[in-house]
Design a protein around this ligand. Structure first.
Ligand SMILES: Nc1ncnc2c1ncn2[C@@H]1O[C@H](COP(=O)(O)OP(=O)(O)OP(=O)(O)O)[C@@H](O)[C@H]1O
Length: 274
């Protein structure tokens, strides 16, 4: 396997005198899409902010491609939760994407033709060409999300962090965004870390899962973690994993078992599900 893009080792973070993260360790490799799952207040945003170097840690290290994150922030793209664009702001999608280049003064200055090429490439990567010249405030939630992802991608990061990108998206837009993230991770060979309360929409594309509970993480491949026994232990209440062909669904309450669908406890080889 290639060297990791992100390495987190024994990370501990305190906020307001309270331990929020304790001894968190995990790696992410090129092309991996990892879901960071945890209940409200579990510490997902705190972990992301620590990875971005925005929240100081009490102990541990974060490396990007073998170098401390503080020296490699340029290689980390971030899509924050809840951005509201006012409809009156005269900012087009392509302007927002270009801000991703202009907002940082690191690196060599780019000529405007070089910038335009990079902006066009980022717009194309997320399928935003059709609304490139529209104001962001006039776009749908799903289109805005693509515009913000293009903004984060334009500097060609090695790690892309997305905080709750599926919140407020309808079923169709969420599925389209999940498919886009999976494609981006694999074609661009970047590592992706995506937070979510509900892992179900991400199951078709994610290959690793980090579950945050009590300030610590349980991590593994989807095959290892998405098991009813493992998830029931992590959540602290019964969870059923339903498998149907290539589809997997995680539900609270082990009692649900529709006909034709197999509960995880009865599946002898979970690898078949993916
Ligand atoms: N600046 C702060 N000072 C003290 N405590 C904080 C601070 N920021 C967050 N916390 C606490 O840290 C814990 C983790 O918060 P965090 O926002 O990381 O959780 P989360 O998993 O992202 O939650 P959610 O899913 O609700 O967004 C919470 O108990 C929160 O109250």
């Amino acid at each position: 396997m290639q060297d990791p893009i992100l390495s987190v080792a024994h990370l501990s973070v305190d906020l307001g005198g309270r331990g929020i993260l304790r001894d968190v360790s995990f790696d992410l490799h090129p092309g991996q899409l990892c879901a960071l799952i945890g209940e409200n207040g579990a510490g997902k945003t705190t972990l992301l902010r620590s990875l971005l170097g925005l929240t100081p840690h009490r102990a541990g290290q974060v490396w990007i491609e073998g170098v401390p994150v503080g020296q490699r922030r340029i290689l980390v793209g971030y899509v924050p939760q809840k951005i509201v664009f006012d409809v009156d702001v005269p900012l087009r999608t392509r302007d927002l994407v270009q801000l991703g280049l202009d907002g940082h003064r690191l690196g060599l200055p780019l000529f405007s033709s070089g910038k335009k090429t990079m902006v066009d490439q980022a717009l194309q990567m997320v399928g935003a060409e059709a609304f490139a010249d529209q104001r962001v405030g006039e776009l749908s939630g799903g289109q805005q999300q693509r515009a913000v992802i293009a903004h984060a991608l334009v500097r060609q990061p090695r790690l892309l962090i997305l905080d709750e990108p599926l919140a407020n998206l309808d079923f169709r837009s969420a599925n389209a965004l999940v498919a886009l993230l999976g494609t981006l991770a694999r074609t661009q060979r970047i590592a992706m870390l995506v937070t979510a309360h509900d892992m179900n929409p991400l199951l078709p594309v994610m290959d690793r899962l980090i579950y945050l509970v009590g300030g610590q993480v349980a991590t593994g491949s989807v095959e290892e973690v998405v098991q009813s026994e493992v998830l029931s232990k992590l959540y602290g209440y019964p969870v059923t994993v339903l498998r149907h062909g290539q589809r997997v669904l995680v539900l609270p309450d082990a009692a649900v078992e529709p006909s034709g669908v197999i509960a995880a406890g009865q599946v002898s080889s979970p690898e078949k599900a993916n």
